[in-house]
Design a protein around this ligand. Structure first.
Ligand SMILES: Cc1cc2nc3c(=O)[nH]c(=O)nc-3n(C[C@H](O)[C@H](O)[C@H](O)COP(=O)(O)OP(=O)(O)OC[C@H]3O[C@@H](n4cnc5c(N)ncnc54)[C@H](O)[C@@H]3O)c2cc1C
Length: 535
Protein backbone atom coordinates (compact mmCIF):
# COMPACT_ATOMS: atom_id res chain seq x y z
CA UNK A 1 0.00 0.00 0.00
CA UNK A 2 1.17 3.47 -0.81
CA UNK A 3 4.41 2.84 -2.68
CA UNK A 4 5.64 5.44 -5.15
CA UNK A 5 3.71 5.18 -8.43
CA UNK A 6 5.07 2.46 -10.66
CA UNK A 7 6.77 0.46 -7.91
CA UNK A 8 5.64 -2.94 -6.71
CA UNK A 9 3.74 -2.24 -3.50
CA UNK A 10 4.97 -5.39 -1.77
CA UNK A 11 4.07 -5.03 1.90
CA UNK A 12 1.18 -6.99 3.31
CA UNK A 13 -0.27 -7.76 -0.12
CA UNK A 14 -3.14 -6.09 -1.91
CA UNK A 15 -6.34 -5.19 -0.19
CA UNK A 16 -9.49 -7.13 -1.07
CA UNK A 17 -11.32 -3.82 -1.32
CA UNK A 18 -10.12 -0.25 -1.48
CA UNK A 19 -12.87 2.27 -0.76
CA UNK A 20 -12.46 5.82 -2.07
CA UNK A 21 -14.40 8.18 0.19
CA UNK A 22 -15.66 8.17 3.76
CA UNK A 23 -19.27 9.31 3.56
CA UNK A 24 -22.28 7.12 4.27
CA UNK A 25 -21.71 4.92 1.21
CA UNK A 26 -18.00 4.30 1.74
CA UNK A 27 -18.17 3.73 5.47
CA UNK A 28 -21.30 1.55 5.30
CA UNK A 29 -19.32 -0.66 2.93
CA UNK A 30 -16.24 -0.54 5.17
CA UNK A 31 -18.15 -1.62 8.25
CA UNK A 32 -19.91 -4.42 6.36
CA UNK A 33 -16.59 -5.56 4.84
CA UNK A 34 -14.97 -5.94 8.24
CA UNK A 35 -17.83 -8.21 9.31
CA UNK A 36 -17.45 -10.24 6.12
CA UNK A 37 -13.71 -10.78 6.64
CA UNK A 38 -12.96 -8.74 3.54
CA UNK A 39 -9.62 -6.91 4.00
CA UNK A 40 -10.60 -3.33 3.47
CA UNK A 41 -8.83 0.02 3.16
CA UNK A 42 -10.44 3.48 3.10
CA UNK A 43 -8.69 6.28 1.22
CA UNK A 44 -10.18 9.72 1.61
CA UNK A 45 -9.04 13.17 0.68
CA UNK A 46 -9.69 14.90 3.99
CA UNK A 47 -10.26 13.61 7.52
CA UNK A 48 -12.44 10.53 7.79
CA UNK A 49 -15.42 12.50 9.09
CA UNK A 50 -15.28 15.01 6.23
CA UNK A 51 -18.05 14.40 3.66
CA UNK A 52 -21.39 15.70 2.41
CA UNK A 53 -22.93 13.05 4.64
CA UNK A 54 -22.15 14.92 7.81
CA UNK A 55 -24.01 17.99 6.54
CA UNK A 56 -27.23 16.12 5.77
CA UNK A 57 -30.04 17.64 7.76
CA UNK A 58 -33.58 16.40 7.20
CA UNK A 59 -33.08 12.70 7.58
CA UNK A 60 -33.23 9.26 6.10
CA UNK A 61 -36.37 7.81 4.56
CA UNK A 62 -37.30 4.27 5.51
CA UNK A 63 -40.68 2.57 5.56
CA UNK A 64 -40.28 0.79 8.87
CA UNK A 65 -43.86 -0.41 8.80
CA UNK A 66 -46.77 0.82 10.87
CA UNK A 67 -50.35 1.60 10.09
CA UNK A 68 -49.98 4.05 7.26
CA UNK A 69 -46.71 3.11 5.57
CA UNK A 70 -45.24 0.31 3.47
CA UNK A 71 -42.37 -0.39 1.10
CA UNK A 72 -44.88 -0.21 -1.78
CA UNK A 73 -45.89 3.33 -0.84
CA UNK A 74 -42.26 4.38 -0.59
CA UNK A 75 -41.67 2.78 -4.00
CA UNK A 76 -44.59 4.67 -5.54
CA UNK A 77 -43.42 8.01 -4.09
CA UNK A 78 -39.87 7.46 -5.38
CA UNK A 79 -41.08 6.53 -8.87
CA UNK A 80 -43.34 9.59 -9.01
CA UNK A 81 -40.45 11.93 -8.14
CA UNK A 82 -38.20 10.26 -10.73
CA UNK A 83 -40.46 11.34 -13.65
CA UNK A 84 -40.32 8.10 -15.62
CA UNK A 85 -36.59 7.42 -15.39
CA UNK A 86 -36.23 5.41 -12.17
CA UNK A 87 -35.15 1.83 -12.49
CA UNK A 88 -37.96 -0.03 -10.74
CA UNK A 89 -35.83 -3.01 -9.76
CA UNK A 90 -33.31 -0.72 -8.08
CA UNK A 91 -36.02 1.22 -6.26
CA UNK A 92 -37.50 -2.05 -5.01
CA UNK A 93 -34.12 -2.97 -3.57
CA UNK A 94 -33.77 0.48 -1.99
CA UNK A 95 -37.12 0.51 -0.23
CA UNK A 96 -37.04 -3.22 0.57
CA UNK A 97 -33.57 -3.37 2.14
CA UNK A 98 -33.50 0.17 3.54
CA UNK A 99 -35.24 -0.58 6.85
CA UNK A 100 -32.80 -3.41 7.72
CA UNK A 101 -29.81 -1.14 6.99
CA UNK A 102 -31.29 1.54 9.25
CA UNK A 103 -31.78 -1.02 12.05
CA UNK A 104 -28.12 -2.03 11.67
CA UNK A 105 -27.05 1.57 11.92
CA UNK A 106 -29.04 1.90 15.15
CA UNK A 107 -27.39 -1.28 16.45
CA UNK A 108 -24.04 0.32 15.62
CA UNK A 109 -24.91 3.19 17.95
CA UNK A 110 -26.55 5.87 15.80
CA UNK A 111 -29.05 7.75 17.97
CA UNK A 112 -32.15 8.77 16.08
CA UNK A 113 -34.72 11.09 17.66
CA UNK A 114 -37.45 9.29 19.60
CA UNK A 115 -40.89 10.07 21.04
CA UNK A 116 -41.19 10.27 24.81
CA UNK A 117 -42.60 6.72 24.68
CA UNK A 118 -39.36 5.44 23.09
CA UNK A 119 -40.56 4.87 19.51
CA UNK A 120 -38.62 6.40 16.61
CA UNK A 121 -39.86 9.89 15.65
CA UNK A 122 -40.75 10.13 11.97
CA UNK A 123 -41.28 13.28 9.93
CA UNK A 124 -43.17 13.69 6.69
CA UNK A 125 -41.31 15.52 3.90
CA UNK A 126 -42.31 16.85 0.49
CA UNK A 127 -43.16 14.06 -1.98
CA UNK A 128 -43.62 11.40 0.73
CA UNK A 129 -47.14 10.11 1.27
CA UNK A 130 -46.37 8.99 4.84
CA UNK A 131 -44.29 10.13 7.79
CA UNK A 132 -41.18 8.00 7.25
CA UNK A 133 -38.17 10.29 7.59
CA UNK A 134 -36.03 9.43 10.60
CA UNK A 135 -33.90 12.21 11.99
CA UNK A 136 -31.26 12.76 14.62
CA UNK A 137 -30.49 15.79 16.77
CA UNK A 138 -33.35 17.66 15.05
CA UNK A 139 -31.65 18.60 11.79
CA UNK A 140 -28.25 16.99 12.43
CA UNK A 141 -29.00 13.56 10.99
CA UNK A 142 -25.94 13.28 8.77
CA UNK A 143 -23.58 14.26 11.57
CA UNK A 144 -24.91 11.48 13.79
CA UNK A 145 -24.80 8.85 11.04
CA UNK A 146 -21.25 9.88 10.13
CA UNK A 147 -20.20 9.81 13.80
CA UNK A 148 -21.44 6.27 14.28
CA UNK A 149 -19.87 5.02 11.06
CA UNK A 150 -16.50 6.74 11.61
CA UNK A 151 -16.26 5.23 15.08
CA UNK A 152 -16.94 1.76 13.72
CA UNK A 153 -14.63 2.13 10.72
CA UNK A 154 -11.74 3.32 12.90
CA UNK A 155 -11.99 0.06 14.80
CA UNK A 156 -12.40 -2.26 11.86
CA UNK A 157 -10.68 -1.08 8.65
CA UNK A 158 -7.29 -2.66 7.94
CA UNK A 159 -5.89 0.51 6.40
CA UNK A 160 -7.05 4.13 6.74
CA UNK A 161 -5.47 6.66 4.40
CA UNK A 162 -6.67 10.12 5.44
CA UNK A 163 -5.62 13.18 3.48
CA UNK A 164 -4.91 11.04 0.39
CA UNK A 165 -6.25 12.23 -2.94
CA UNK A 166 -7.22 9.62 -5.54
CA UNK A 167 -6.15 10.72 -9.01
CA UNK A 168 -7.01 7.94 -11.41
CA UNK A 169 -7.96 4.29 -11.70
CA UNK A 170 -5.28 1.74 -12.44
CA UNK A 171 -6.59 -0.52 -15.20
CA UNK A 172 -4.68 -3.74 -15.92
CA UNK A 173 -5.75 -6.54 -18.23
CA UNK A 174 -9.21 -5.03 -18.59
CA UNK A 175 -9.93 -4.76 -14.87
CA UNK A 176 -9.49 -2.23 -12.11
CA UNK A 177 -6.44 -3.04 -10.01
CA UNK A 178 -6.12 -0.02 -7.73
CA UNK A 179 -5.64 3.73 -7.92
CA UNK A 180 -2.97 6.30 -8.39
CA UNK A 181 -3.12 8.85 -5.58
CA UNK A 182 -1.32 11.76 -3.97
CA UNK A 183 -0.29 11.14 -0.38
CA UNK A 184 -0.68 13.89 2.24
CA UNK A 185 2.73 15.29 1.26
CA UNK A 186 1.62 15.52 -2.38
CA UNK A 187 3.77 12.62 -3.61
CA UNK A 188 2.33 10.30 -6.28
CA UNK A 189 1.65 6.81 -4.92
CA UNK A 190 0.09 3.61 -6.11
CA UNK A 191 -2.48 1.76 -4.00
CA UNK A 192 -3.28 -1.70 -5.29
CA UNK A 193 -6.44 -3.64 -4.48
CA UNK A 194 -8.45 -6.55 -5.84
CA UNK A 195 -11.54 -4.33 -5.95
CA UNK A 196 -12.06 -0.58 -5.86
CA UNK A 197 -15.25 1.11 -4.66
CA UNK A 198 -15.90 4.66 -5.81
CA UNK A 199 -17.75 6.37 -2.95
CA UNK A 200 -16.52 9.86 -3.71
CA UNK A 201 -19.86 11.66 -3.48
CA UNK A 202 -21.22 14.47 -5.62
CA UNK A 203 -20.06 17.43 -7.67
CA UNK A 204 -21.90 20.47 -6.32
CA UNK A 205 -18.70 22.49 -6.78
CA UNK A 206 -19.54 22.73 -10.49
CA UNK A 207 -21.72 25.69 -9.50
CA UNK A 208 -21.04 28.98 -7.73
CA UNK A 209 -23.78 28.42 -5.18
CA UNK A 210 -23.93 24.95 -3.66
CA UNK A 211 -24.87 23.28 -0.40
CA UNK A 212 -22.04 20.78 -0.92
CA UNK A 213 -18.70 20.93 0.90
CA UNK A 214 -15.52 21.93 -0.97
CA UNK A 215 -14.54 18.26 -1.54
CA UNK A 216 -17.54 17.66 -3.82
CA UNK A 217 -15.60 18.05 -7.07
CA UNK A 218 -16.88 15.05 -9.02
CA UNK A 219 -13.55 13.20 -8.83
CA UNK A 220 -15.07 9.72 -9.04
CA UNK A 221 -17.17 10.50 -12.10
CA UNK A 222 -14.17 12.15 -13.76
CA UNK A 223 -11.99 9.09 -13.10
CA UNK A 224 -14.68 6.88 -14.60
CA UNK A 225 -15.09 9.12 -17.66
CA UNK A 226 -11.33 9.10 -18.29
CA UNK A 227 -11.31 5.31 -18.08
CA UNK A 228 -14.29 4.94 -20.44
CA UNK A 229 -16.53 3.48 -17.71
CA UNK A 230 -20.22 4.17 -18.48
CA UNK A 231 -21.68 7.21 -16.72
CA UNK A 232 -25.37 8.20 -16.95
CA UNK A 233 -28.06 10.76 -15.98
CA UNK A 234 -25.60 13.62 -15.39
CA UNK A 235 -28.04 16.25 -16.61
CA UNK A 236 -30.21 15.77 -13.53
CA UNK A 237 -28.98 18.10 -10.81
CA UNK A 238 -31.30 18.99 -7.96
CA UNK A 239 -31.22 22.62 -6.79
CA UNK A 240 -32.33 23.56 -3.31
CA UNK A 241 -34.29 26.83 -3.57
CA UNK A 242 -33.49 28.45 -0.26
CA UNK A 243 -29.81 28.21 0.56
CA UNK A 244 -28.38 31.19 2.38
CA UNK A 245 -26.43 33.26 -0.14
CA UNK A 246 -23.31 33.82 1.85
CA UNK A 247 -19.64 32.92 1.40
CA UNK A 248 -20.01 30.40 4.25
CA UNK A 249 -19.35 26.94 2.89
CA UNK A 250 -21.34 24.82 2.84
CA UNK A 251 -24.29 27.16 2.53
CA UNK A 252 -26.70 26.91 5.45
CA UNK A 253 -30.02 25.55 4.21
CA UNK A 254 -33.15 27.45 5.17
CA UNK A 255 -35.49 24.50 5.17
CA UNK A 256 -38.96 24.28 3.63
CA UNK A 257 -40.33 24.18 7.16
CA UNK A 258 -39.62 27.90 7.55
CA UNK A 259 -41.88 28.61 4.59
CA UNK A 260 -44.40 26.16 5.98
CA UNK A 261 -44.55 28.35 9.08
CA UNK A 262 -45.04 31.58 7.17
CA UNK A 263 -41.65 32.83 5.90
CA UNK A 264 -42.06 34.45 2.47
CA UNK A 265 -39.78 34.86 -0.55
CA UNK A 266 -39.24 38.39 -1.88
CA UNK A 267 -37.54 39.53 -5.09
CA UNK A 268 -34.79 42.14 -5.36
CA UNK A 269 -37.46 44.87 -5.18
CA UNK A 270 -39.02 43.33 -2.05
CA UNK A 271 -42.09 41.92 -3.85
CA UNK A 272 -43.55 38.41 -3.37
CA UNK A 273 -43.81 36.46 -6.65
CA UNK A 274 -44.09 32.72 -5.97
CA UNK A 275 -46.26 30.38 -3.92
CA UNK A 276 -43.72 29.54 -1.25
CA UNK A 277 -45.31 26.15 -0.59
CA UNK A 278 -44.83 24.78 -4.14
CA UNK A 279 -42.41 21.85 -4.62
CA UNK A 280 -38.66 22.57 -4.50
CA UNK A 281 -38.05 22.51 -8.25
CA UNK A 282 -40.92 24.90 -8.99
CA UNK A 283 -39.71 27.39 -6.39
CA UNK A 284 -36.12 27.12 -7.74
CA UNK A 285 -37.32 27.75 -11.29
CA UNK A 286 -39.39 30.78 -10.35
CA UNK A 287 -36.49 32.20 -8.36
CA UNK A 288 -33.94 31.62 -11.15
CA UNK A 289 -36.23 33.32 -13.68
CA UNK A 290 -36.77 36.32 -11.40
CA UNK A 291 -33.04 36.63 -10.67
CA UNK A 292 -32.27 36.63 -14.41
CA UNK A 293 -34.97 39.27 -15.04
CA UNK A 294 -33.69 41.53 -12.27
CA UNK A 295 -30.00 40.80 -12.80
CA UNK A 296 -29.89 39.89 -9.11
CA UNK A 297 -27.31 37.59 -7.49
CA UNK A 298 -29.80 36.62 -4.79
CA UNK A 299 -33.35 37.17 -3.53
CA UNK A 300 -34.69 37.35 0.03
CA UNK A 301 -36.36 35.09 2.56
CA UNK A 302 -38.38 37.15 4.99
CA UNK A 303 -38.82 35.24 8.24
CA UNK A 304 -39.22 38.35 10.36
CA UNK A 305 -42.93 37.71 10.93
CA UNK A 306 -42.44 34.19 12.37
CA UNK A 307 -43.35 33.66 15.98
CA UNK A 308 -41.08 31.54 18.15
CA UNK A 309 -38.35 31.28 15.51
CA UNK A 310 -35.75 30.33 18.10
CA UNK A 311 -37.89 27.70 19.74
CA UNK A 312 -39.03 26.11 16.48
CA UNK A 313 -35.86 26.36 14.42
CA UNK A 314 -32.94 26.59 16.82
CA UNK A 315 -30.34 25.13 14.39
CA UNK A 316 -31.29 27.46 11.56
CA UNK A 317 -31.47 30.50 13.84
CA UNK A 318 -28.01 29.67 15.20
CA UNK A 319 -26.38 29.11 11.79
CA UNK A 320 -27.84 32.37 10.45
CA UNK A 321 -26.61 34.33 13.46
CA UNK A 322 -23.19 32.73 13.07
CA UNK A 323 -22.82 34.58 9.76
CA UNK A 324 -23.90 37.89 11.29
CA UNK A 325 -27.60 38.05 10.34
CA UNK A 326 -30.47 38.55 12.78
CA UNK A 327 -33.40 36.51 11.42
CA UNK A 328 -36.03 38.25 13.57
CA UNK A 329 -35.01 41.60 12.01
CA UNK A 330 -33.13 41.01 8.70
CA UNK A 331 -34.37 39.57 5.44
CA UNK A 332 -32.06 36.66 4.61
CA UNK A 333 -30.26 36.58 1.22
CA UNK A 334 -31.11 33.33 -0.62
CA UNK A 335 -30.39 31.70 -3.97
CA UNK A 336 -31.03 28.25 -5.45
CA UNK A 337 -28.01 26.09 -4.69
CA UNK A 338 -26.74 22.94 -6.44
CA UNK A 339 -27.64 20.24 -3.95
CA UNK A 340 -27.53 16.76 -5.43
CA UNK A 341 -26.32 15.11 -8.65
CA UNK A 342 -28.69 12.26 -9.47
CA UNK A 343 -26.46 10.77 -12.17
CA UNK A 344 -23.06 9.15 -12.00
CA UNK A 345 -21.26 5.88 -12.65
CA UNK A 346 -23.82 3.46 -14.08
CA UNK A 347 -24.16 0.31 -11.97
CA UNK A 348 -26.08 -2.91 -11.73
CA UNK A 349 -28.11 -3.85 -8.66
CA UNK A 350 -24.93 -4.80 -6.77
CA UNK A 351 -23.08 -1.57 -7.44
CA UNK A 352 -20.83 -3.16 -10.10
CA UNK A 353 -19.73 -0.76 -12.84
CA UNK A 354 -18.84 -1.41 -16.49
CA UNK A 355 -15.18 -2.03 -15.56
CA UNK A 356 -14.62 -5.40 -13.86
CA UNK A 357 -13.66 -5.02 -10.16
CA UNK A 358 -14.72 -1.36 -10.10
CA UNK A 359 -17.81 -0.60 -8.00
CA UNK A 360 -19.71 2.58 -7.21
CA UNK A 361 -22.13 3.51 -4.42
CA UNK A 362 -23.74 6.65 -3.02
CA UNK A 363 -24.00 9.97 -4.82
CA UNK A 364 -21.19 9.11 -7.28
CA UNK A 365 -23.27 6.22 -8.63
CA UNK A 366 -26.21 5.99 -10.97
CA UNK A 367 -28.11 2.97 -9.67
CA UNK A 368 -31.29 4.29 -11.26
CA UNK A 369 -33.09 4.88 -7.95
CA UNK A 370 -33.49 8.63 -8.46
CA UNK A 371 -34.33 8.81 -12.15
CA UNK A 372 -34.84 12.43 -13.20
CA UNK A 373 -35.29 13.74 -9.66
CA UNK A 374 -34.41 12.52 -6.19
CA UNK A 375 -37.10 12.07 -3.56
CA UNK A 376 -36.02 13.94 -0.42
CA UNK A 377 -34.08 11.82 2.12
CA UNK A 378 -33.51 8.90 -0.26
CA UNK A 379 -29.79 9.53 -0.75
CA UNK A 380 -28.47 8.60 2.68
CA UNK A 381 -30.56 5.45 2.33
CA UNK A 382 -29.09 4.71 -1.11
CA UNK A 383 -25.55 4.94 0.28
CA UNK A 384 -26.31 2.48 3.08
CA UNK A 385 -28.15 -0.02 0.91
CA UNK A 386 -25.84 -0.13 -2.08
CA UNK A 387 -22.61 0.25 -0.08
CA UNK A 388 -23.56 -2.96 1.73
CA UNK A 389 -24.60 -4.74 -1.47
CA UNK A 390 -21.19 -4.14 -3.04
CA UNK A 391 -19.50 -6.01 -0.19
CA UNK A 392 -22.03 -8.85 -0.32
CA UNK A 393 -21.39 -9.23 -4.06
CA UNK A 394 -17.60 -9.26 -3.59
CA UNK A 395 -18.02 -11.87 -0.87
CA UNK A 396 -20.07 -14.00 -3.27
CA UNK A 397 -17.27 -13.77 -5.83
CA UNK A 398 -18.93 -11.42 -8.32
CA UNK A 399 -16.35 -9.78 -10.58
CA UNK A 400 -18.23 -8.00 -13.37
CA UNK A 401 -21.52 -6.23 -13.72
CA UNK A 402 -24.62 -8.22 -14.58
CA UNK A 403 -27.73 -7.28 -16.56
CA UNK A 404 -29.72 -6.09 -13.56
CA UNK A 405 -31.05 -2.71 -12.44
CA UNK A 406 -29.96 0.34 -14.40
CA UNK A 407 -27.23 -1.67 -16.18
CA UNK A 408 -29.76 -4.01 -17.75
CA UNK A 409 -30.72 -1.77 -20.64
CA UNK A 410 -27.10 -1.31 -21.71
CA UNK A 411 -26.30 -5.01 -21.46
CA UNK A 412 -29.41 -6.71 -22.80
CA UNK A 413 -32.47 -4.43 -22.59
CA UNK A 414 -35.96 -5.70 -22.01
CA UNK A 415 -37.96 -6.09 -18.81
CA UNK A 416 -38.87 -2.92 -17.00
CA UNK A 417 -35.55 -1.30 -17.98
CA UNK A 418 -35.53 2.34 -19.05
CA UNK A 419 -33.92 2.30 -22.53
CA UNK A 420 -30.51 3.91 -23.03
CA UNK A 421 -28.95 6.15 -25.65
CA UNK A 422 -25.16 6.13 -25.81
CA UNK A 423 -23.76 9.58 -26.56
CA UNK A 424 -21.11 10.18 -29.17
CA UNK A 425 -17.82 11.49 -27.76
CA UNK A 426 -17.75 15.20 -26.95
CA UNK A 427 -15.69 17.42 -29.25
CA UNK A 428 -12.11 17.82 -28.13
CA UNK A 429 -11.34 20.93 -26.11
CA UNK A 430 -8.68 23.48 -27.02
CA UNK A 431 -5.06 22.33 -26.77
CA UNK A 432 -3.52 22.60 -23.31
CA UNK A 433 -2.52 26.09 -22.38
CA UNK A 434 1.20 26.41 -21.78
CA UNK A 435 2.13 27.71 -18.37
CA UNK A 436 -1.17 26.75 -16.69
CA UNK A 437 -3.67 29.10 -15.13
CA UNK A 438 -4.58 30.03 -11.56
CA UNK A 439 -6.83 27.14 -10.46
CA UNK A 440 -8.89 29.27 -8.04
CA UNK A 441 -9.68 31.89 -10.69
CA UNK A 442 -10.46 29.20 -13.27
CA UNK A 443 -12.75 27.37 -10.85
CA UNK A 444 -14.63 30.60 -10.28
CA UNK A 445 -14.94 31.17 -14.04
CA UNK A 446 -16.24 27.63 -14.54
CA UNK A 447 -18.73 27.87 -11.67
CA UNK A 448 -20.15 31.16 -12.92
CA UNK A 449 -20.52 29.85 -16.46
CA UNK A 450 -22.24 26.67 -15.25
CA UNK A 451 -24.59 28.60 -12.95
CA UNK A 452 -25.57 30.94 -15.78
CA UNK A 453 -25.72 28.36 -18.58
CA UNK A 454 -26.36 24.93 -17.13
CA UNK A 455 -28.05 25.76 -13.83
CA UNK A 456 -31.71 25.70 -12.86
CA UNK A 457 -32.84 27.02 -16.28
CA UNK A 458 -31.18 25.86 -19.49
CA UNK A 459 -31.47 26.40 -23.24
CA UNK A 460 -29.47 25.34 -26.29
CA UNK A 461 -27.71 28.73 -26.34
CA UNK A 462 -26.96 28.88 -22.62
CA UNK A 463 -25.65 25.31 -22.64
CA UNK A 464 -23.43 26.06 -25.64
CA UNK A 465 -21.76 28.92 -23.81
CA UNK A 466 -21.33 26.90 -20.59
CA UNK A 467 -19.82 24.09 -22.68
CA UNK A 468 -17.34 26.48 -24.30
CA UNK A 469 -16.12 27.68 -20.92
CA UNK A 470 -15.92 24.13 -19.54
CA UNK A 471 -13.78 23.03 -22.51
CA UNK A 472 -11.58 26.08 -22.20
CA UNK A 473 -11.08 25.59 -18.45
CA UNK A 474 -10.41 21.89 -19.07
CA UNK A 475 -7.75 22.84 -21.60
CA UNK A 476 -6.07 25.21 -19.17
CA UNK A 477 -6.14 22.98 -16.11
CA UNK A 478 -2.86 21.11 -16.40
CA UNK A 479 -0.75 20.37 -13.39
CA UNK A 480 -0.23 17.63 -10.89
CA UNK A 481 -1.20 19.31 -7.64
CA UNK A 482 -4.56 18.67 -6.02
CA UNK A 483 -6.22 22.03 -6.85
CA UNK A 484 -5.36 21.60 -10.53
CA UNK A 485 -6.49 18.02 -10.61
CA UNK A 486 -9.79 18.91 -8.91
CA UNK A 487 -10.32 21.67 -11.43
CA UNK A 488 -9.63 19.29 -14.32
CA UNK A 489 -12.14 16.83 -12.82
CA UNK A 490 -14.79 19.52 -12.43
CA UNK A 491 -14.25 20.75 -15.98
CA UNK A 492 -14.55 17.22 -17.36
CA UNK A 493 -17.75 16.45 -15.46
CA UNK A 494 -19.17 19.83 -16.54
CA UNK A 495 -18.43 19.00 -20.19
CA UNK A 496 -20.20 15.66 -19.88
CA UNK A 497 -23.15 17.24 -18.03
CA UNK A 498 -23.55 19.93 -20.69
CA UNK A 499 -23.35 17.31 -23.44
CA UNK A 500 -26.19 15.33 -21.80
CA UNK A 501 -28.26 18.46 -21.12
CA UNK A 502 -27.95 19.49 -24.78
CA UNK A 503 -29.09 16.06 -25.92
CA UNK A 504 -32.07 16.11 -23.57
CA UNK A 505 -34.22 18.53 -25.53
CA UNK A 506 -37.15 18.38 -23.11
CA UNK A 507 -38.08 19.36 -19.57
CA UNK A 508 -38.17 16.42 -17.17
CA UNK A 509 -37.65 16.12 -13.42
CA UNK A 510 -34.91 18.49 -12.30
CA UNK A 511 -33.81 19.28 -15.89
CA UNK A 512 -35.54 22.40 -17.22
CA UNK A 513 -35.08 23.52 -20.83
CA UNK A 514 -36.64 26.93 -21.56
CA UNK A 515 -36.63 26.07 -25.28
CA UNK A 516 -38.29 22.66 -24.68
CA UNK A 517 -40.78 23.23 -21.84
CA UNK A 518 -42.53 19.83 -22.05
CA UNK A 519 -41.47 16.22 -21.46
CA UNK A 520 -41.16 14.24 -24.72
CA UNK A 521 -42.13 10.55 -24.53
CA UNK A 522 -39.40 9.60 -27.04
CA UNK A 523 -36.83 10.91 -24.55
CA UNK A 524 -37.88 8.55 -21.79
CA UNK A 525 -34.40 7.09 -21.86
CA UNK A 526 -31.11 7.24 -20.01
CA UNK A 527 -28.24 9.15 -21.64
CA UNK A 528 -24.95 7.32 -21.22
CA UNK A 529 -21.33 8.37 -21.77
CA UNK A 530 -19.10 5.40 -22.36
CA UNK A 531 -16.20 6.66 -24.40
CA UNK A 532 -13.07 8.11 -22.87
CA UNK A 533 -13.56 11.84 -22.57
CA UNK A 534 -11.10 14.65 -22.17
CA UNK A 535 -8.11 12.79 -23.63
C1 LIG B 1 -26.42 20.37 3.20
C2 LIG B 1 -26.89 19.02 2.74
C3 LIG B 1 -28.04 18.48 3.29
C4 LIG B 1 -28.47 17.20 2.87
N1 LIG B 1 -29.57 16.64 3.48
C5 LIG B 1 -29.90 15.36 3.17
C6 LIG B 1 -30.92 14.68 3.89
O1 LIG B 1 -31.51 15.22 4.81
N2 LIG B 1 -31.20 13.39 3.55
C7 LIG B 1 -30.55 12.73 2.54
O2 LIG B 1 -30.85 11.56 2.27
N3 LIG B 1 -29.58 13.35 1.85
C8 LIG B 1 -29.22 14.63 2.15
N4 LIG B 1 -28.22 15.24 1.46
C9 LIG B 1 -27.51 14.47 0.44
C10 LIG B 1 -26.60 13.45 1.10
O3 LIG B 1 -26.00 14.04 2.23
C11 LIG B 1 -25.51 12.98 0.16
O4 LIG B 1 -26.04 12.66 -1.09
C12 LIG B 1 -24.83 11.72 0.73
O5 LIG B 1 -24.41 11.98 2.05
C13 LIG B 1 -23.66 11.32 -0.14
O6 LIG B 1 -22.96 10.31 0.52
P1 LIG B 1 -21.70 9.64 -0.18
O7 LIG B 1 -21.16 8.65 0.78
O8 LIG B 1 -22.07 9.19 -1.52
O9 LIG B 1 -20.68 10.85 -0.40
P2 LIG B 1 -20.08 11.92 0.61
O10 LIG B 1 -20.73 11.89 1.93
O11 LIG B 1 -20.04 13.20 -0.12
O12 LIG B 1 -18.59 11.41 0.79
C14 LIG B 1 -17.67 11.47 -0.27
C15 LIG B 1 -16.32 11.13 0.27
O13 LIG B 1 -15.37 10.98 -0.78
C16 LIG B 1 -14.18 11.67 -0.48
N5 LIG B 1 -13.53 11.97 -1.77
C17 LIG B 1 -14.04 12.64 -2.83
N6 LIG B 1 -13.15 12.69 -3.85
C18 LIG B 1 -12.05 12.01 -3.43
C19 LIG B 1 -10.78 11.73 -4.01
N7 LIG B 1 -10.44 12.14 -5.24
N8 LIG B 1 -9.89 11.01 -3.29
C20 LIG B 1 -10.19 10.60 -2.04
N9 LIG B 1 -11.36 10.85 -1.44
C21 LIG B 1 -12.29 11.54 -2.11
C22 LIG B 1 -14.67 12.88 0.31
O14 LIG B 1 -13.64 13.45 1.08
C23 LIG B 1 -15.74 12.22 1.18
O15 LIG B 1 -15.16 11.57 2.29
C24 LIG B 1 -27.77 16.50 1.86
C25 LIG B 1 -26.63 17.06 1.31
C26 LIG B 1 -26.17 18.30 1.75
C27 LIG B 1 -24.91 18.84 1.16
Amino acid sequence: VGEPAGADPGGPGPLDLLILGSGVAGLSAAVRAARAQVRVGVLTKAELSQSATRWAQGGVAAALGGDEDSADLHLADTLRAGAGLCDQEAVRVLVGEGPARVEELIALGAQFDRHPGGGLARAREGGHSAARVLHAGGAATGAEIERALVEAARQTAAVLLEGWFALDLVVEAGRCAGVEALDPAGRPRLVRADNVLLATGGAGQMYSVTTNPPEATGDGVAMALRAGVPVADLEFVQFHPTALHHPAMPRPLLSEALRGHGAVIRDAAGRRFVDELSPRDQVSRAMAARMAEQGAEHLWLDATGLEDLDARFPTIARSVREVGLEPTRDWLPIAPAAHYVAGGVLTDLDGASGLPRLWAAGEVACTGVHGANRLASNSLLEGMVFGARVVEAIERGQRCWRPTGAARALLEGGGEAVPVRVLAPAPAGPPPCPGGADPAAERDRLQRAMTAGAGVLRSADSLASAGRVARSVGGRSRGERRPERELANLALVCQALVRSAEERAETRGSHTRLDWPQARPELRLRLVHRTTMGG
